[in-house]
Design a protein around this ligand. Structure first.
Ligand SMILES: [Zn+2]
Length: 334
């Protein structure tokens, strides 16, 4: 999962749609908590772990964590934590806690569903605490609004058929969400097919312009351009169904090369080319640069976070938000 901070851009990998419920037997309740909520295992890595003298969790590399920890044979520390308490620290990382409660609740349900889908009894841990899954830094990240969103949706997950729905979300879709199959290939998910989103216009990234020097592009794609000579201009070759650029052509004085949309975006930086919803692209000869107009921030698949905010501000609840962005899924209890 590629991710940026504060409700900006998160790609939650669409793995399998249906994770068998019985396979979660190793995530039974934390015996210490006496709670029925499943325990989650988060691989923190190597470092110093010390139980809190007051019996309130432990510290790892100077940070306070809820729950308990185990050590793997290689010395790695695994945090065993109540799923809901894990979410306390995750939700405010993924979405600003100042956003409306309904948006935060939709975020909490997304985060919960994602992590349950990732639970894997065949491994020593379920998730990692980084953007590869969801960012988790312990209790310091918690906030009252985040905890409220988790508690208000306790146990709620998104389901499709008999399994968990595959969850994805990103900061701002720019007006049309992206189909997961177009973004990442793989299976077609009917609830991740891409929809028109009229709710995210307040995002500062709803429309943007980036100016990139030809020299920077040439440098990044030097290998592909080697035989083609000096880069002159760039154009979008084709679009997918949502209007996102599928491929770019880099045109040089002796030839050209074609670059996949995702490679172009990541190559120039996902904060420079904020999305592949390119609305205009022109070469500026005087400044030897390419001016890119675009919409949105992130991959655009699944829930549009700024759209969730807009829906919440318009009085919709978390169920409305998730039914809109994941049509055909149901909210159920785990
Ligand atoms: Zn949107």
């Amino acid at each position: 999962m590629t991710r940026m901070r504060r409700g900006t851009f998160i790609a939650l990998a669409a793995a399998t749609a249906a994770y068998p419920r019985k396979a979660r037997t190793q995530t039974d309740a934390d015996p210490a908590s006496g709670s029925a909520a499943p325990a989650l295992r988060v691989l923190l890595g190597r470092g110093d772990a010390t139980p809190d003298p007051g019996g309130n969790g432990f510290s790892f590399n100077g940070r306070a964590y809820r729950g308990s920890f185990t050590r793997e044979p290689d010395g790695s520390v695994v945090n065993v934590v109540d799923l809901e308490q894990y979410l306390y620290a995750v939700v405010p990382h993924e979405m600003p806690p100042s956003w409306p409660p309904a948006a935060l609740q939709a975020q909490a349900i997304c985060a919960r569903t994602y992590v349950l889908q990732r639970s894997n009894p065949r491994r020593a841990y379920d998730v990692v605490p980084s953007e590869a899954d969801q960012v988790y830094g312990g209790m310091a990240a918690e906030s009252p609004a985040g905890r409220f969103a988790v508690d208000a949706t306790a146990g709620q997950v998104m389901r499709f058929d008999n399994g968990y729905a595959s969850i994805a979300y990103s900061s701002c879709c720019g007006g049309h969400t992206e189909a997961s199959a177009d973004a990442w290939g793989g299976a077609f998910f009917p609830y991740l097919a891409g929809i028109v989103c009229p709710y995210c216009m307040q995002s500062p990234n709803y429309r943007w312009t980036a100016t990139v020097a030809l020299q920077d592009i040439a440098q990044r794609f030097g290998q592909q351009l080697a035989a083609a000579g000096t880069l002159q201009s760039v154009r979008v070759v084709d679009l997918d169904a949502s209007g996102r650029a599928r491929t770019f052509e880099l045109m040089a004085d002796r030839g050209s090369t074609v670059v996949k949309g995702s490679a172009f975006r990541l190559g120039l930086g996902p904060r420079v080319v904020r999305s592949l919803l390119i609305t205009g692209l022109r070469s500026d000869a005087s400044s030897q640069s390419v001016v890119i107009d675009g919409g949105g921030l992130g991959h655009g698949v699944g829930m549009c976070q700024w759209g969730a905010r807009g829906m919440a501000q318009a009085g919709r609840n978390a169920r409305d938000v998730l039914a809109f962005y994941f049509p055909g899924t149901e909210i159920g209890r785990d």
